[in-house]
Design a binder for this molecule. Structure first.
Ligand code: URA
Length: 435
């Protein structure tokens, strides 16, 4: 099959067959189909979309392009989690220890930062000594012995998605529902979990900017999961302002530790206990979400959740003092600058994407895969939606280094804030649950 004919077929809005999609994807992986043809195909999909059937085929073909991580040696139910990506989204760092301390094994492969959204692996690497590259054997052994391991995803899981995702990132074709759904689910199906809990972000800091598209994505994700006999639950959650108050690698670890100690910001804490609660329900440990959440909260209150995090840090070679004195252990820049209000008002909107980009230009993210990141920089959001700011009052704090583009970060953070007179309508952190 000639790639050009398949590009043309999609460009003209027709539906591709399984064999046609396979021929393109396998051709791209074996370099018979060059980047420019795959880029043209992705752009055709961006404008013409894919049917559900095409999306199922694409997901399956990408999943089968790599290895399958068999978790059957780990006793008990295995529940995976995934977020579609946001700003200040450090949920895995908290949800993992929460569910593991409730007895649900947490075997998680995570990714790195790309674009304005952060990555769990970069965040964990802020902890001195923490190893994120674990062999399959060590990963399984650790989950069997302490109930939790978080490791970097190797190129062996869904390599077709890895290659295509990098191309999408540089050709403005990330935010298309069928491409996102197949990308996420190809990785999830490559891991032998029984159930999957998905955090589908909606709002200014998410790929899906409006509720309608987020619902479409959530339904498609759930339906792909079900097709493969995985119990799949999607929570559509608010990303119309940064999650919690910290954005940036070390800063987010600091906030995760505080949250596990019961001192986290309200929106972040609520999201984490709900995600953990749903994971316990999906794993069959509880029938009722309320009871599951009650148990999760008990594990925070009695200190067992934070101790679970300590066990993981120790097992993966990290400095466990991060739990006792995180500010002394984490590389958090001492160079800070507060951004102060030039007018008074109530925060009606915070463009989360701009805050994410600000953290990136300070050095905390990557604009290209090979960029090195600075774990010490980021943005602290001092005022959230609905809060009042007086003239001269600081509303954000920048943590920077000598390499930061401070000017641009200042501009991005200032322009992310929209002030008004009226108190904006409260938006719940969990907007909808799709089962
Ligand atoms: N996360 C993924 O893994 N893939 C996407 O396409 C978007 C978010």
């Amino acid at each position: 099959m000639r790639a050009v004919e398949l590009i043309q077929k999609k460009r003209d809005g027709a539906e591709l067959t399984r064999d046609e999609i396979r021929s393109l994807i396998e051709g791209y992986l074996s370099e018979r189909v060059p980047d420019y043809q795959m880029a043209a195909f992705l752009m055709a999909v961006y404008f013409r979309h894919m049917s559900e059937r095409e999306t199922y085929y694409l997901t399956e073909i990408m999943a089968k392009s790599g290895e399958f991580l068999d978790l059957s040696e780990i006793p008990g139910p295995k529940v995976d989690k995934h977020s579609t990506g946001g700003v200040g989204d450090k949920t895995t760092l908290v949800v993992g220890p929460l569910v593991a301390s409730c007895g649900l094994p947490f075997a998680k492969l995570s990714g790195r930062a790309l674009g304005h959204t952060g990555g769990t692996i970069d965040k964990l690497e802020s902890i001195p000594g923490f190893r994120t590259a674990l062999s399959r054997e060590d990963f399984i052994k650790q989950v069997r012995s302490i109930g939790i391991a978080i490791a970097g995803q190797t190129g062996k899981i869904a390599p077709a998605d890895k290659k295509i995702y990098a191309l999408r990132d540089s050709t403005a074709t990330v935010d298309e529902v069928s491409l996102i759904a197949s990308s996420i689910m190809s990785k999830k199906l490559s891991i032998g979990s029984d159930a999957i809990v998905l955090d589908v972000k909606v709002g200014s800091g998410a790929f899906m900017k409006d509720l309608e598209n987020a619902q479409k994505l959530a339904k498609l994700l759930v339906s792909i999961g079900k097709q493969h006999d995985r119990r799949t639950i999607a929570l559509i959650t608010d990303m119309d302002q940064p999650l919690g108050t910290m954005v940036g690698n070390s800063l987010e670890v600091l906030e995760a530790v505080r949250t596990l100690q019961g001192e986290g910001p309200e929106d972040f804490e609520e999201l984490c206990v709900n995600l953990a609660g749903w994971m316990l329900v999906a794993g069959g440990l509880f029938e009722s979400l309320e009871k599951a959440i009650e148990e999760v909260r008990k594990r925070v209150a009695d200190g067992s959740a934070v101790e679970k995090f300590r066990e993981m840090v120790k097992a993966q070679g990290g400095d466990t003092r991060v739990l006792d004195d995180p500010e002394a252990v984490l590389p958090i820049s001492r160079k800070t600058e507060e951004i102060k209000a030039s007018k008074a008002g109530r925060v009606v909107r915070i463009d989360a994407e701009k805050i994410g980009v600000a953290s990136m230009v300070l050095g905390g993210g990557r604009s290209a895969k090979e960029d090195r990141i600075d774990h010490s920089v980021g943005v602290e959001v001092l005022k959230k939606r609905g809060e009042r700011i007086e003239i001269g009052e600081p509303f954000a704090r920048l943590y920077f280094s000598s390499k930061s583009d401070l000017e641009r970060a200042r501009y991005l953070v200032s322009s992310a804030y929209e002030l008004g007179e009226e108190t904006p309508e409260a938006v719940p952190i969990i907007r909808e649950v799709i089962e």
